[in-house]
Structure formats: C-alpha cells, structure tokens
Write a protein that binds this ligand. Structure first.
Ligand code: FES
Length: 170
C-alpha cells in the first residue's frame, strides 16, 4: 500500500443532520444534473466531520451521495494532498518546502520541526498530538517560509519561531 492508498476501518460513517443540510446547499451551486461537481467540497466536509481523514468507507459514502462510481472518488481523494487518507494528529502541521520557502530556509524550519516533535515528515507523534507533513506551495510565498497548522497559516518562520509556536499550542 502506498502513501496515497485508502485505508478501511470497516465502519461506514454518516453525516450529521447539519452537514446533510450543508450538502444540500453545496448541491445548489451546481446544475441539477452535475451533482458530481460537488465531490470536492463534500470530501472536505467529510474529512472535517469524520476525524480529520477519509477512510475507504467515507469515500464510498461520499460517492453514494454524489452519485459517482467509488473509483472516481478515490481518484480525486488520492490526487489532492489536502485529503488525508490516514489518521492525523490533533495538530496537522503542513510545512511548505516549495521553491520560495526553500530559498528562504524551509530546510532549517523542517529540521527544527522534526527535532522538536521527534518525528519525520509523514509521521504522527505517539501521543497523537502532531502529524508532520511536507507539502508543496500553499500560496503564501510572499511570507516564506511558512507552515499550516490545521486551518491556520504561520508565516515568516524561523527555527526559533516554530518551536515557540509548537510550545504555545494548547
Ligand atoms: S513556496 Fe511555500 S507557500 Fe509558496
């Protein structure tokens, strides 16, 4: 199984009533015969609601909701790195190492994160608090180097600053 394979939990999750209503709103953005176009925002919603990652069963459930063959949903989910295909820690740290960030010291930032968390990129700490990922450009090149932790961006990073940021997390 490679890094972007889907994992099975044997349990089919179900959206809450609130999310199902949100899904109806998402469907309204597209023509009635183009429900499949809603697959990406619905996968995003599924990831949020189902613990920060998408199991095989979550993908199958989304496929059923949008009326797409499951394989097409797997193709979308395995292509885009914003979809997590295995469990992630409470804090999902995505450190950009693309060109602007690399030129401004992302190697040092990444090393500082690895030292601080005592894990390599792609790993989760034993206490399940942190997952560290190395990612491509997150569109904040102007303030490189940067990282994203859950929904928040942290920019103009230095090795000292990343340690402070990690220490300040509740
Ligand atoms: S290269 Fe890092 S945010 Fe663009």
């Amino acid at each position: 199984m490679n890094e972007r394979s889907t994992l099975s939990t044997g349990v089919t999750p179900r959206f809450s009533e609130e999310s199902l209503q949100q899904i109806q709103e998402i469907f309204k953005r597209y023509p009635a015969d183009r429900r499949q176009s809603a697959v990406m925002p619905i996968l995003h919603l599924a990831q949020r609601e189902f613990g920060g990652w998408l199991s095989r069963e979550s993908l199958d459930y989304v496929a059923e909701l949008v009326g797409m063959p499951p394989i097409r949903v797997y193709e979308v989910a395995t292509f885009y790195t914003m979809y997590n295909l295995k469990p992630v820690g409470r804090y999902h740290i995505q450190a950009c190492t693309n060109i602007s960030c690399w030129l401004c010291g992302s190697d040092q930032v990444m090393d500082a994160l690895k030292r601080k968390l005592k894990i390599a990129a792609g790993q989760t700490t034993e206490d399940k608090r942190f997952t560290l990922a190395e990612v491509e450009c997150l569109g904040a090149c102007v303030n490189a180097p940067m990282m994203q932790i859950n929904d928040d961006y942290y920019e103009n990073l230095t090795t000292d600053k990343v340690v402070e940021i990690i220490d300040r997390l509740p």
